[in-house]
Write a protein that binds this ligand. Structure first.
Ligand SMILES: Nc1ncnc2c1ncn2[C@@H]1O[C@H](COP(=O)(O)OP(=O)(O)OP(=O)(O)O)[C@@H](O)[C@H]1O
Length: 247
């Protein structure tokens, strides 16, 4: 089953086209790595998927429900109900600095979903276990390393029980050792069957963990397929050049 269907997505900022024509599908259990040069439109595409940016044209269907059709959106409550099926993790963590790890995790559940505090607490402890941070439940974000902050941000997104996780360059603010611990958590999530779309510059993650690569350039997906195919024999000239540049 397709969890996400994107067709003909268009988006510009101040008259400059950033997404010109983006189409792809995400199946349940897919781990998709979105790669490509800086400025290709990768983050913008991801932000459109979760309604942090409005598209100018094209359609997005999530779990069979259209949340934008030919650039036209349904009422905001309907869009919110559909995008709630997805969790997002940002490059810059976006934790609430004045709240403990426990509160960062439980507050959205208690405030927006009316879940009882005890139940939210129990869920927080279980999910912190998954990311290896149960001992930090009462810590404030400022006392955590970047890698720990990002693992808390992943845990916070998981609290809402998403069907799909979106990651926007989750390790690009981290040094290599901290990157490895965050990628380890993401790899575990992938092995557990979580559907994931990951914008990344981490080529080893894209090669080893993703089952599908989308290579974006100039606001389009110019090549897509399984990693062994895409990395082994890039057909698009821009992709070949990109790898020439990075290796
Ligand atoms: N809010 C915005 N207002 C104006 N321009 C924007 C905005 N967001 C993105 N852009 C522009 O859109 C283009 C694509 O940006 P985007 O961040 O999507 O690229 P990217 O492929 O994710 O790049 P990187 O790998 O460097 O993060 C860039 O030229 C950027 O300056």
């Amino acid at each position: 089953m397709n969890l996400i269907e994107v067709s003909g997505l268009k988006k510009g900022f101040s008259g400059q086209d950033v997404l010109t024509d983006v189409s792809f599908t995400v199946k349940r259990g897919d781990v998709i790595a979105v790669i490509g040069p800086s400025g290709a439109g990768k983050s913008t595409m991801l932000r459109c998927l979760i309604d942090l940016e409005k598209v100018d044209g094209g359609s997005i269907v999530v779990e069979g429900e259209p949340f934008v059709t030919d650039g036209v959106y349904p009422p905001a409550a309907k869009v919110r109900a559909i995008t709630a099926k997805m969790g997002m993790v940002f490059q810059s963590f976006n934790l609430f600095p004045h709240l403990s790890v426990r509160k960062n995790l439980t507050m959205p559940l208690v405030k927006t979903q009316g879940v009882a505090r005890e139940e939210a607490d129990a869920r927080a402890m279980s999910i912190l276990g998954k990311v290896g941070l149960q001992d930090k439940v009462d810590a404030m974000p400022s006392t955590l390393s970047g890698g720990q902050k990002q693992r808390v941000a992943i845990a916070r997104a998981l609290m809402l029980n998403p069907d799909i996780m979106l990651f926007d360059e989750p390790t690009s603010a981290l040094d290599p050792q901290l990157t490895a611990e965050v990628l380890g958590v993401m790899r575990k999530l992938a092995e557990e069957g979580m559907t994931m779309v990951v914008v990344t510059h981490e080529m080893s993650f894209a090669r080893d963990v993703a089952n599908k690569i989308l290579f974006m350039c100039d606001g389009e997906i110019v090549e897509s397929g399984p990693p062994e195919e895409v990395f082994g024999n890039p057909k698009d000239r821009r992709m070949a050049e990109f790898f020439g540049n990075v290796s």
